[in-house]
Design a protein around this ligand. Structure first.
Ligand code: SF4
Length: 412
């Protein structure tokens, strides 16, 4: 059961309340390089990014925002640290939201209030981003505690339970993050500004989970989920899936970003996979494939990877299975909208539970893609089948929500 939060709007995307959990990402280009930034945003949008954040580290970047905004059609968020003038300029440039960490703003509360007044005047939303990495930066006591935790882990201190020491440290940091976030919210509320969501990020998964849980119990502002500096593609995807997945399963979270040391386009499929796995969004392909084993008599791994790649831009909910042999192949394929169950050098294509044909191995990819394309509107079918041959297949058999296993959500 999703925890009820108040709803805000970032451009035309609602966050919180009963709105679908929005997927966002952040560009890696220099924001002042408008052409490259816009191109990256378009690529992100193609794979399903719904809100985009760009860094504004210098005035030249902030000044580029209105031009970027003109050339994209998803909400634009400016990410600002330290200098409130950058946030004020970003707001003047017409952004939809500003992300700040009040804890690192020069002149602290005074600067936050300046930004809040400007945001309020232009109906710009704000994310208060509290990060465990900056929260203790100047805190000598906290540094001492961290040293003590390490010494205990090393066995240098005669304490027998390093796991308990780590838990206490996580609780302490999480509580501090939540306290800070609530304090900053209070400052905004004193100016009658409520157009806020909040993130409590940490690179330590369990600390982030604890902070988000505590915040969720004490506030109804919408929550932006993320595990910060989560790592490379595999490491980051696993950490995010565990951290964000646990919270989402508890009903916590209204928007999310999966942070990866990879091209930002890689973040979006991970985010949707987390949401699809929990049946919170149904956008795009629900993909099932077997890992292959000693029974297999086709190259299932290559087919599965190629099918998934070719379907990466599909937005229509469709369930696809690529399976290696008769052990689990027919069952999984029957449950899918389109399924392939391999045999000896050939495979059976299923459509909505029924066998539609048998094809030789060299035609697997084509057969699966054409069958999937027939479930899609023509625009999307062309995305997966640019070389043509799809016109007769696209959209001929289905309405938009035919046969989907998951509930259809708005904007899915
Ligand atoms: Fe192995 Fe067949 Fe299962 Fe694939 S479906 S893992 S090939 S037994």
């Amino acid at each position: 059961m999703r925890k009820k939060t108040r709803q805000i709007h970032v451009g035309d995307v609602a966050i919180g309340g009963d709105a679908p959990i929005a997927v966002q990402s952040m560009t890696t280009t220099y924001t002042r390089d408008v052409k490259s930034t816009v191109a990256q945003i378009h690529r992100l949008q193609d794979v399903g990014c719904e809100i985009i954040r760009v860094a504004a580290p210098e005035m030249e970047d902030a000044m580029a925002l209105s031009e970027i905004k003109k050339q994209i059609d998803i909400p634009l968020v400016a990410d600002v640290h330290y200098d409130p003038e950058l946030a004020l300029e970003a707001i003047r440039q017409g952004i939809d939201k500003v992300r700040i960490n009040p804890g690192n703003l020069l002149r602290g509360r005074e600067s936050l209030e300046q930004i809040v007044r400007a945001a309020k005047e232009r109906d710009v939303a704000m994310r208060i981003g509290v990060n465990s990495g900056s929260i203790d930066a100047l805190d000598k006591q906290a540094q001492m505690q961290r040293v003590q935790v390490r010494l205990r882990e090393d066995g240098t201190l005669e304490r027998s339970d390093p796991a308990e020491a780590r838990r206490q440290e996580r609780d302490r940091v999480a509580e501090k993050m939540v306290t800070r976030a609530l304090e900053y919210i209070g400052w905004c509320e004193e100016l009658d500004y409520h157009n806020l969501d909040v993130s409590l990020k940490s690179s330590t998964v369990l600390t982030a989970i604890e902070a988000y849980r505590r915040f969720s119990q004490r506030s109804d502002y919408p929550i932006h989920l993320g595990i910060t500096e989560a790592g490379t593609l595999v490491t980051g995807a696993v950490k995010s899936s565990i951290g964000l997945g646990l919270l989402l399963a508890e009903g916590i979270g209204d928007t999310l970003r999966v942070s990866l040391s990879a091209e930002p386009e890689e973040e979006i499929p991970v985010a949707y996979e987390i949401l699809r796995s929990l049946e919170l969004r149904n956008r795009g392909v629900t993909f099932v494939s077997c890992p292959s084993c000693g029974r297999v008599e086709i190259d299932v791994i290559s087919v599965a990877n190629e099918v998934e790649k070719r379907l990466s831009k599909v937005q229509t909910p469709v369930h696809v299975a690529v399976m290696g042999c008769v052990v689990n192949g027919p069952g999984e394929s029957r449950d899918a909208d389109v399924g392939l169950a391999g045999g000896k050098g050939k495979g059976v294509i299923f459509r909505k539970g029924k066998v539609v044909r048998t094809v030789p191995e060299d035609q697997f990819l084509d057969a699966v893609l054409k069958e999937v394309a027939s479930f899609l509107p023509e625009r999307e079918a062309k995305l997966i089948y640019p070389e043509g041959g799809i016109k007769e297949a696209a959209g001929t058999h289905r309405t938009r929500d035919e046969g989907m296993n998951l509930p259809i959500l708005p904007r899915a």
